[in-house]
Write a protein that binds this ligand. Sequence first.
Ligand SMILES: [Zn+2]
Length: 335
Amino acid sequence: MENTQTIADGNRMEFDPNDLRLTRFRKDAIHKYDTEPIMFYFTTKGELEAWIQEQRLYCNWNKHSGNISSVPRKDKRQQLNSVDYKLVYYCDHHGHYAPQHKENVSPAKQRHGKETIKTNCGARFIAKKFSLSGTIQVEFYWQHNGHEPGSAKDIALSRNNPDVKKWIDAKVSQYYNTHSVKELLRLSESDMAQMLDNNSDVIFASLRVTFMDVYNALRRKAREESELAQNLSDSITLWANKLSENGWHTHTETISLPANEVFIFCATSHFQSSILTQQGSIVSIDATHNVCRNEYGRKMYLTTILGRDSATGCGVPLSFMWTDSEAQLPLISIS
Ligand SMILES: [Zn+2]
């Protein structure tokens, strides 16, 4: 098979790179030790990262502190216990659930999320690189409390691991939509048979990906691409500059009214304005309400001027205007 990749799932299987073929360990595949904590020693950063990657095959680990620094500390004291870096990771079931429900909201309107995963699990590992020897020591508290990694319930409740999130983000950035991502996640009959086999100790991570995971990734991407700055006015200014550079006509205005200020942003491409100014064109106006909210929480309205394409007979958008008011005010007086 061409264009295949080998993934670190313990089986060294080859898959089409388009598909998400990461796997998770079922509970029987997770190693148990005689003592806690169990110590591991590595000589390179790569060995440590590979070990951490292996632990992610059955559980998500959140980094609580530390960074791997490749630059040795300048003030390194030549003591046996001095370290270049120290990393602390906790199981993502660590901690307590703090209810977000508001007291004065009726039960029917409360948000109903999934069952909490927080069981105050104490599983964790601490990695230290000793300055003198260069050895990396991992102190691993491997026993989990309140949940069983790799069990059906744990897999159903747990979040996607970082590699799965990366895969979804990569597909979304290549303009795959929820439908096409779903197609890539579909398992073949042989995959299903392999997984359902009682001897299999892995489960495909794709089974855990939900519609909302892809939808949220699409929303994140749309937000990243549309919000050019944190502040709305700065973002609009950047959009106006960007569109002007590409030959668009833009117009930004703020009109002061007794009660508030009305914001207006208009944009028309060179092609659109050439059609709009043609003699005899029939134009109509379409208004879309509540497209989003501005930074003050006010609803935004999109007004579109439409023309009729003489060849197809269909409506063609010719100019766009965004505003945070429904007031009817003249923008430009033509005398
Ligand atoms: Zn745990």
